[in-house]
Design a protein around this ligand. Structure first.
Ligand code: CA
Ligand code: CA
Length: 746
């Protein structure tokens, strides 16, 4: 069994996801991690007693191998690596909600210290696209920003929601890196420089991303899911009731292919095959894992996998030796496996018995047997159903029906239709599953991502309600296409065995839109207009494919009621090829533009837009941003004044004490106490003000992203860049002009 090659117990706690290994002198790897109270520790066991202490760095009192870097505010991300073109050592990068520090640990000096208004939740260091030198790229409040070694802002763009994870990899296979961004709106987006190449919808916040090899990457979600993608295709995933704290790619069994190493909140570490997700190794820490990294920590030319816990425990593992033949787990794990296999054997024996019994039925010859294990969201097994597929018969006797024999013409029919909100039920899509004859549906199992809690849904009508029809309400939370994998158990009323039908139906992307329109409904005031060179029939094809239309339509002029918001969506196409989408929902307009452009393979699309209600809201937000900024300045000045008062008061109190003037001393200390209380209150106000400012800035970044999504290709990038310039120059009128016309110049 694989055991750690070294273990360390550091006397410092480690913040989850903020762990890196840096060679700051170009030679010696140092484990580096954010710890409590706004500090970063650097563990350097290689060059004892050679460290000068100056500037931000100080020596740990608890551990002689550790230096502490004072950041003086909560650290939100860190990494280390090569940033400068001519530097031998690695640069340490530390992000907080307001700043990014690039630090030269070896020379104890700041390389740059930048204010970042959108905060740094995640950081990645490396080459992006055509950039010749590496960039430190941070992701924050709906924005991405990249700095070169001089602190110049070389890259900026907006994204759909707060960024939580970043990774660089060659997603497209052209030899240049793309930036993969995981965010709180459950999406993984791929950027080729500032151009959005593709997005994959997940079903929870994407908390970690790591590059495996080629175009393959690992990901982790806030709900305990980890898995592997190759480009846009998901290879495998598993879900745990614990949280994946850190993921890392490492070839632990030395077969030349990296495994996905996951560190979990319950202290477990596991290594899974990149192809299948099968566990090839696991180990346990006594507390939550904080970070998984790698480095040659023993300086012997072999790279170790280095795992750290939040309590400061560190373990290094060498890849398995040849003698282990990839067999990394100990006997107790093998016993678990044997137990699992013998359970499987039991189930197979049970199925075999079913086959033997079935031989007695003339038409009911069993063609296939299935054992279903129903598993809840946390992986707990709560029921096993044995189902036998039987040969259909032309006519069925009562005895045969009991054995699950069903008529040969039995087919499962499914229909999807939009249902408006009623007093007792929200608006939804109704999935109608039915059989055409006297057979009944005993149970339906539906598997669909992002729709049901735990991704699957079971319907099993009570005995007196059995019929040939089951209706399932479906409410997709957002406009994305969803595959519904349906398993229906069909038989007679008295059957004990059932025939299983399996069907997959796709819910179109825009299915929550109904053709029934209330004539008195308010007309939308928002719209986006653009011109295409395609025939109207192609737009009709797109409509039939992406909306849930009961009979299909033949004209591109159509009005829907949006079932989620109740507002109208009107689509109109002129003979000239000019299309107008009218809706008050700017997000919907953007989704429709992106969907239509990708259907028609349009690379560049300029558009003219107006969303009066939304723009009015945005104008108010921008005014608030100004107010918060001026309040911030006033508060900063007031705090500086108070700090000076406190210094004076302290000196006066100390003078009074030395002179034995107890009355004055007491008076000064009472005043100090009051000042201190005021300072704390001011701090609270300042902090609330800052949070409110951040929320506003997020709305502004989102608005830029939304304006971009009304266009495609170059015009889209131009809008985003021009909007940012307008905001930098505080030119609000230009900003709205760009959002509407797509450019500031016309
Ligand atoms: Ca590429
Ligand atoms: Ca391997």
């Amino acid at each position: 069994m694989l055991v750690p090659i070294f273990t360390l117990k550091l006397n410092h706690k480690i913040n989850p996801r903020m762990v890196a290994v840096g060679k700051y002198d170009g030679i010696h790897p140092c484990l580096t991690a954010a710890t409590q109270a706004g500090k970063v520790f650097i563990h350097n066991p290689h060059t004892r007693g050679q460290r000068p202490v100056a500037h931000r760095l100080s020596q740990s009192t608890q551990d002689s191998d550790i230096s502490l870097l004072n950041i003086n505010q909560a650290v939100s991300c860190l990494t280390a690596g090569t940033l400068g073109p001519n530097t031998t050592g690695h640069t340490l990068l530390v992000g907080s909600q307001t700043n990014l520090l690039a630090y030269d640990v070896h020379d104890n000096a700041d390389i740059f210290y930048k204010e970042v208004t959108d905060g740094a939740n995640a950081i990645v260091l490396g080459k992006l696209g055509d950039n010749q030198s590496p960039l430190a790229i941070i992701g924050g409040n709906c924005a991405l920003q990249g700095f070169d070694y001089e602190g110049n802002d070389q890259f900026w763009t907006v994204t759909g929601d707060n960024v939580r994870s970043l990774v660089l990899c060659d997603f497209t296979g052209d030899g240049k890196n793309e930036l993969l961004v995981g965010s709180e709106d459950f999406d993984i987006r791929v950027f080729r420089e500032d151009e959005l190449v593709t997005e994959m919808a997940e079903n929870e916040t994407v908390t970690s991303l790591c590059h495996m090899h080629g175009s393959r990457f690992g990901y982790a979600l806030a709900n305990g899911t980890v898995g592997v993608y190759d480009r846009t295709a998901r290879y495998w995933r598993i879900k745990s009731k614990n949280h994946a704290m850190s993921i890392h790619a490492f070839d632990l069994n030395a077969d030349g292919v990296v495994e996905l190493i996951t560190g979990w909140s319950n202290g477990k570490i596991d290594a899974r095959s990149d192809r299948t997700g099968e566990v090839i190794f696991k180990d346990n820490f006594s507390s939550s894992v904080a970070g998984v990294v790698e480095g040659d920590y023993r300086m012997d030319g072999q790279i170790q996998l280095i795992c750290t816990s939040v309590e400061g425990e560190v373990r290094g593992y060498l890849p398995a030796s040849k003698e282990m033949k990839g067999n990394l787990m100990d006997a107790s794990v093998e016993q678990d496996l044997i137990r699992e296999l013998s359970q499987r054997k039991q189930n197979l024996l049970l199925e075999l018995r079913n086959y033997e019994e079935k031989d007695k039925v003339v038409y009911g010859d069993v063609t296939q047997c299935h054992t279903f294990a129903v598993v809840d969201a946390f992986g707990c097994h709560w029921m096993t159903i044995n189902i036998c597929l039987t040969q259909a018969a032309p006519s069925v006797s009562e005895g045969e029906a009991k054995m699950g024999v069903i008529p040969a013409n039995t087919q499962l029919q499914t229909a999807l239709s939009v249902r408006r909100a009623t007093e007792s039920q929200r608006a939804h899509i109704e999935l109608n599953i039915s059989t055409p004859n006297e057979t009944i549906i005993r149970a339906v199992l539906i598997f669909a991502e992002g729709i049901f809690e735990g991704e699957s849904h079971v319907v099993h009508p009570s005995a007196q309600n059995l019929s040939g029809c089951v209706r399932v309400p479906i409410i997709p939370p957002k406009d994305i296409p969803v595959d519904l994998h349906i398993k229906a158990f069909v038989g007679g009323k008295t059957s004990t065995q059932f025939h299983v039908f399996e069907i997959t139906r796709q819910l179109p992307r825009f299915s929550m839109y109904d053709l029934n329109v209330d004539p008195s409904a308010a007309q939308p005031t928002g719209r986006v207009t653009f011109s295409i060179n395609d025939r109207p029939q192609r737009v009709v094809m797109w409509l039939n494919q992406t909306f849930l239309l009961p009979e299909g339509i033949d004209s591109p002029d159509i009005t829907f009621t949006a079932q989620r918001s109740g507002g109208l969506l009107r689509i109109n196409m002129q003979p000239s090829g000019e299309i107008t989408l009218s809706t008050n929902d700017i997000d919907l307009a953007g989704d429709l533009v992106q969907s239509l452009a990708s259907f028609l393979a349009i690379e560049d699309l300029q558009a003219d837009a107006d969303f009066p209600a939304y723009f009015k809201e945005l104008r108010a937000t921008l005014t608030e941003v100004d107010e918060f900024h001026s309040v911030h300045q006033k508060l900063t000045a007031a705090m500086a004044d108070h700090s000076n008062y406190i210094r004076n008061m302290l000196v006066q109190a100390e003078d009074a004490r030395l002179m034995g003037d107890w009355r004055t001393m007491k008076k000064r200390y009472i005043e100090l106490y009051d000042l201190n209380r005021d300072l704390i209150n001011e701090y609270k106000i300042r902090s609330n003000n800052h949070n409110a400012l951040l929320a506003c800035l997020k709305s502004v970044n989102q608005a830029i992203q939304r304006a971009g999504r009304l266009r495609v290709g170059k015009p889209k990038n131009q809008v985003i860049t021009a909007c940012r310039d307008a905001i930098k120059n505080n030119n609000i009128n230009a900003l709205f002009k760009i959002m509407k016309a797509g450019t500031a110049s016309s």
